[in-house]
Ligand binder design. Structure first.
Ligand code: NDP
Length: 473
């Protein structure tokens, strides 16, 4: 009996996804380069007759019904190219390759183009939610040929994805070629920002208010009941309460403050730079991880570059309320940046991204899941041509209300020498975005002086450029 779909790659994600597919009554063949992994998976985890383990690429390919549908769940990058190259000669025209790894969207565009010439349909699919999400329902961001998506993948992806309380799947067709991986990349960039903003709130509660882990957990728990309610706030409270198995301390205090990263935040930041879209909150979240990673240097520097005089916060309750405002306003600002980047990519690549729908895909299953995302959908429903989420009526009101507390938090952090790059960058983005006039007039004059780069005048049409002979030489 042939299987409906195949999963190539049995890392944590591939195993979970294959089980998820089988749990929804689809037959699935699995293959992994290292046979022992497949054997162990078959022995320990396969209970359903819907899953067929295979032990050679040929056996895997021959086990699939036509058109073959093959999910690649492997290490992204050169490995994905090598695997595609090795299996394409075994495929037939009309077969479907689905890359669910964290591939770079430009690679997906390239692969899509070259496979189309061979009559193979290629889908780049963003999958978010980690091992548990892949098993119980991830957020899925598929892109590729829409007709084939509707025929062969839509029902399956909808059923295996996460679902919201009202039963909607956290999966929707995104657009052509690399759009799914692009949207997943921006999701990850936003995730970097969310995580860092929460860490900065923790840092302030700890080092300015001197709260202990239980007190901080209480605050995050309370925030999780309000407008900040989200998976990341929820797990933060739980992390703060967890005791260490090896010592009498809290586990979080025993974890080294050196952050890792896999590159999707960096890609998002580079995309901002490449397309000329300011996404400072996301970029600062990447730099914050870079700075955290040079722990030995920081230890040395902390001995030579002393902290400024500390200002005690007298009204702690007020500061905690201000901090909630700062976190919420920074979050709005960070999403405003991420969605501006998506809008620009949509325009540049003719993807016709439905920004409101994309926000709904992230409500469940993925790391940034939150009720907050519904407000983004409402904002785009009210104005499909919204240029920036900061201008949506609800966000505008909320951010103006939050502004005083937000500024107070930034001032307190700066006075006390606390590093809160994302909350600060968000406020600075806000101040830059709402400034009618910036000092770029002086900047243009400097550029014109040293490089004859020309400038536009406030009193002449924008298509006219001017140059001044600033000095005689
Ligand atoms: P890894 O990214 O570690 O990839 C492991 C899989 O890749 C294994 O099946 C491994 O086979 C295979 N592989 C590696 N090198 C080769 C090669 N040269 N030839 C053939 N197969 C190879 O595992 P994950 O399950 O974590 O991730 C899978 C994909 O999903 C990645 O692209 C990842 O970025 C993405 N992803 C991961 C998430 C997560 O939370 N982990 C979340 C969302 C997406 P072998 O056993 O033989 O080494």
């Amino acid at each position: 009996m042939k299987s409906y779909i195949g999963v190539y790659g049995l890392g944590v994600m591939g195993q979970s996804l294959a089980l998820n597919i089988a749990n929804h009554n689809y037959s699935v063949a699995v293959y992994n380069r290292s046979t022992d992994v497949t054997e162990k998976f078959a022995k320990d985890r396969i209970q359903s007759r819907k899953i067929t383990p295979t032990y050679s690429v040929e056996q895997f390919i021959n086990t699939l019904e036509s058109p073959r549908k093959i999910i690649l769940m492997v290490k992204a990058g050169a490995v994905t190219d090598a695997i595609i190259e090795s299996i394409v000669p075994l495929l037939s025209a009309g077969d479907i390759l689905i890359d669910c790894g964290n591939s770079y969207y430009k690679d997906t565009i390239r692969r899509n183009k070259s496979l189309l010439e061979k009559n193979i349909h290629f889908f780049g699919v963003g999958v978010s939610g980690g091992e548990r999400g892949a098993l119980e329902g991830p957020s899925i961001m598929p892109s590729g040929d829409e007709a084939n998506y509707n025929l062969y993948l839509r029902d399956l992806f909808n059923v295996i994805s996460a679902h919201t309380e009202d039963g909607s799947p956290c999966c929707d067709y995104i657009g052509p070629d690399g759009s799914g991986h692009y949207v997943k990349m921006v999701h990850n960039g936003i995730e970097y920002g969310d995580i860092q903003i929460i860490c900065e709130a923790y840092q302030l509660l700890k080092s300015v208010l001197h709260l202990n882990n239980e007190e901080m957990a209480d605050i995050f728990e309370k925030w999780n009941k309000g407008r900040l309610s989200s998976f990341l706030i929820e797990i933060t409270a739980q992390i703060l309460r967890r005791k260490d198995d090896l010592t009498d301390n809290y586990l979080v205090d025993m974890i080294l403050d050196e952050a890792g990263q896999k590159g999707t935040g960096k890609w998002t930041s580079m995309e901002g730079l490449d397309s000329g879209i300011a996404i400072p909150t996301i970029a600062e979240s990447v730099f914050a991880r870079c700075l955290s990673a040079i722990k030995p240097q920081r230890v040395q520097a902390s001995k030579q570059l002393p902290l400024p005089k500390q200002f005690e916060v007298e009204d702690k309750e007020k500061f905690i309320a201000d901090l909630e405002e700062a976190v919420y306003a920074s979050k709005i600002t960070s999403y405003a940046q991420g969605f501006t980047l998506l809008a620009e990519a949509s325009k540049e690549n003719n993807w016709d991204l439905k920004l409101g729908n994309i926000s709904l895909l992230w409500r469940e299953g993925c790391i940034i899941r939150a009720q907050f995302l519904e407000k983004i959908k409402q904002a785009f429903d009210q104005d499909a041509n919204l240029t920036n989420l900061l201008l949506a009526q609800q966000f505008k009101e909320e951010i103006i209300n939050a502004e005083k507390g937000w500024r107070n938090v930034v001032v307190t952090a700066i006075q006390n020498g606390v590093y809160i790059p994302c909350i600060t960058a968000s406020l600075q983005y806000y101040d830059g975005y709402r400034s009618e006039r910036l000092p770029a007039n002086l900047l243009q004059a400097q550029r014109d002086w040293f490089g004859a780069h020309t400038y536009h005048r406030v009193d002449k049409p924008h298509d006219q450029s001017f140059h001044t002979q600033w000095e005689e030489f």
